[in-house]
Design a binder for this molecule. Sequence first.
Ligand SMILES: Nc1nc2c(ncn2[C@@H]2O[C@H](COP(=O)(O)OP(=O)(O)OP(=O)(O)O)[C@@H](O)[C@H]2O)c(=O)[nH]1
Ligand SMILES: [Mg+2]
Ligand SMILES: [Mg+2]
Length: 264
Amino acid sequence: MWTARRIKFPDCLHVTSGFLSRYLRLGPVTMAKSKFEYVREFEADDTCLAHCWVVVRLDGRNFHRFADKHNFAKPNDSRALHLMTKCAQTVMEELEDIVIAYGQSDEYSFVFKRKSNWFKRRASKFMTHVASQFASSYVFYWRDYFEDQPLLYPPGFDGRVVVYPTNQTIKDYLSWRQADCHINNLYNTVFWALVQQSGLTPVQAQGRLQGTLAADKNEILFSEFNINYNNEPLIFRKGTVLIWQKVRWLYLEKNGGQEESSGT
Ligand SMILES: Nc1nc2c(ncn2[C@@H]2O[C@H](COP(=O)(O)OP(=O)(O)OP(=O)(O)O)[C@@H](O)[C@H]2O)c(=O)[nH]1
Ligand SMILES: [Mg+2]
Ligand SMILES: [Mg+2]
């Protein structure tokens, strides 16, 4: 049974540090070949297949609610999209070997180069580093994009890793995400026009759009709302691609003030 005992603070500190130092001293020596070593065998090998493109895709957790609570504009909130892109940019700058990123709505995909050996290609390392860097950036930069809208609770992002074996499959993956952006955005643009401009209820708007094809939706937008879908902003229709750009940068040499350029 535990009994409450009054320990003066310095005594307590002494006891704690004595305990710690004993364990730290023994730690490396005993743990290296201890009988406990076998537990490492429970760790799964999650090395991504060699020579393949590795994709980490993040997606906002329950962003339907998050968007509502934070008064995102419907169907697209430019602040939210640009904040997502700022986070993706931070991920690309802070982590290694990401060659391209693609984002739309509450998701971003990051493609690692085929020959990347970052963290020995362990999927869990790729995914957790991307997710944590992205989520912390989202909170860190929130105020830069949502000046008058306080962040009401911490957002979360799920992540998955998928490995693509050929250039064709990675191209098709990116095309698939972009097609998803297009289909959802066309639907949402008409849906919210019907609700916001024609006064339909969400259920009525949904009913009106049931069974319609892309051409029908374009027609509704044009004939009823004078909107040419092709003139909608590209960022809404196609999403955002981030790639590295080679730049020449100038610096001044200490002596002589001569300008030189260097490729990065
Ligand atoms: N109003 C508004 N909502 C957005 C915007 N971007 C994303 N969303 C919301 O975020 C949702 C993203 O869809 P999903 O990722 O499929 O759904 P989710 O609610 O995040 O749920 P899970 O991903 O399954 O956790 C959309 O359905 C919208 O409700 C935006 O710019 N404006
Ligand atoms: Mg989501
Ligand atoms: Mg999503």
